[in-house]
Design a protein around this ligand. Sequence first.
Ligand code: 5GP
Ligand code: ZN
Length: 138
Amino acid sequence: MQYDANCIFCKIVHGIIPCAKLYEDDDVMAFLDVNPVTYGHALVISKAHYSNFLATPKDVMNKVMNVAQRIGQVQMEQLGAKGVNILINCKEAAGQEVQHFHVHVIPRYKATDGFKLELKQLKDVNLPSIAAEIKEKL
Ligand code: 5GP
Ligand code: ZN
């Protein structure tokens, strides 16, 4: 299993740093975020060290997302959440602080419960041209 001795999430996987664990199997671990933005904010990670979303193999990704979905369901059933935000920050430009692939599962209780993505819209965009640029390499 890929391991980075300087990585805080690898240390959690190997029990060097404690966590409030929710779930563990051979490939996936889930635990509460130490600085939650809402009540029950969870992180789901691959146990192997992959530095981000784009670097994670598909089979591992599927396993992580399956656990994230289940945790979201339980946050609704058990904590009384009314919705869930799934958030993946990929690379520093996107706000990723821990360079080990993880999915935030953020239970939502109401629109004003403390978590908000600020979305500022771009002006004067040429959608067909952008779509063509992306599709060229898909
Ligand atoms: P990122 O910005 O990389 O997507 O988010 C990393 C998250 O990991 C942050 O929300 C932060 O609170 C959480 N985190 C960082 N260090 C620890 C830790 O040692 N234990 C736990 N449980 N969460 C951590
Ligand atoms: Zn790691």
